[in-house]
Design a protein around this ligand. Structure first.
Ligand code: SF4
Length: 358
């Protein structure tokens, strides 16, 4: 398959999900309805995909009884495609010394452990959550405790060789919650030397970004999501209140700390706003040395945008091509660079800037 056909298949799988035929070793998160949960699998060795399980999908993951191999069959595949399913992290079912389930502390995704500093989002607490986000109707916010995080990372460092890097994310911290975010990064670093990536909103003081980087975080994402200000005011109210200028200020400051080679990133959701707005956003990011990441909009059940139309597959390939060429004009490529982290993005590992953590 050529790049466009492969991306076409990836987009179709992201939008339509997969049905299952047979028994698979999947954790309970595989059955959640969210942007980052679902079944994680790889096609063509380095095209990572995370998508929802949907009984009526035109694509089916099926197991061959004789060889035990897993295949993808579907309307767009002229032959069954061999795939590798990525099972749940080994800490699933393990408890910390005070009896807390480790799967409630962090989430394994393809090659990384995502740890939230806070469960819940500060914007949601203020009724300003992003309308496409599955967290936007969960009005609870609490700290993920440092001792739990420490125990989980110690465990995964010993027993989970598939974890190659750590992502610190979660919803927007409360205004007085940034010290805890920095402490979470520090706690992870005390237990591992593996790469760390932080996904944050612009903190109240730029110096907090420096504190995060000083803990050993190598990559930072501050996600703009939408570039059209009218739509931002309606769909991502909290982010809109902070203001896109403050997002750019925080991103530009992060570039002064981490450089302009792709360590500072920002995600735009494709398919809610006009594609030209998204591409303007790509240009504004790339010209500042910030790596754009495109995420395909999926209307998640239970969110305020559950009935919003899905983007059309045929529109997305030209968006990817244009966004990729904008990035190349500024010596960048579309992010993320880690192939395993491309699982829910409009990206293909088409050049040697893309890599896998060893
Ligand atoms: S800031 Fe993040 S966690 Fe909070 S509502 Fe928006 S997308 Fe969801």
């Amino acid at each position: 398959m050529g790049n466009k056909e492969t991306l076409n298949l990836k987009i179709d799988l992201l939008l339509n999900g997969v049905a299952l035929a047979g028994k698979f070793d999947l954790g309970s998160r595989a059955f959640l309805n969210s942007v980052s949960d679902g079944v994680h699998f790889v096609i063509f060795e380095d095209v990572y995909i995370t998508t929802s399980i949907k009984a009526n999908s035109p694509y089916i993951l099926c197991r061959d009884e004789t060889t035990n191999a897993i295949f993808l069959k579907g309307k767009e595949i002229t032959y069954p495609l061999k795939v590798e399913i990525i099972p749940e992290g080994k800490y699933f079912g393990i408890k910390t010394s005070d009896g807390t389930s480790m799967e409630n502390i962090g989430t394994f995704q393809t090659d990384r452990l995502r740890i939230s500093a806070y469960k819940g989002c500060g914007f949601v607490m203020n009724d300003e959550g992003c309308k496409f986000c599955e967290a936007s109707h969960v009005k609870i916010q609490r700290k993920n405790r440092l001792e739990h995080i420490s125990e989980l990372v110690k465990y995964t460092e010993c027993y989970e060789e598939r974890i190659k890097h750590y992502l610190v994310s979660g919803g927007t911290p409360p205004d007085d919650g940034w010290e805890h975010f920095v402490d979470v990064c520090r706690t992870i670093r005390e237990n591992t030397q593996k790469p760390m990536y932080a996904m944050i909103s612009p903190p109240p003081e730029l110096n907090i970004i420096k504190q995060i980087v000083d803990t050993g975080v190598q990559d930072i994402a501050i996600n703009i999501e939408l570039f059209n200000s009218n739509l931002s005011a309606k769909i991502i109210k909290g982010k809109n209140r902070v203001g896109i200028n403050n997002y750019f200020k925080a991103l530009e400051y992060a570039v002064t700390l981490l450089g302009n080679g792709g360590s500072v990133k920002s995600l735009l959701v494709v398919g809610i706003e006009d594609y030209n707005d998204t591409l303007r956003g790509v240009e504004e990011l790339a010209k500042r040395g910030i790596m754009p990441i495109l995420s395909v909009f999926k209307p998640i059940k239970g969110t305020l945008l559950e009935n919003y139309p899905m983007p059309k597959k045929e529109d997305l390939i030209p968006i990817w091509e244009t966004a990729q060429s904008i990035c190349e004009r500024f010596s960048l490529t579309l992010g993320p660079l880690c192939k395993c982290c491309q699982n829910n993005t409009l990206t293909l590992p088409i050049n040697n800037k893309y890599f896998k953590y060893e």
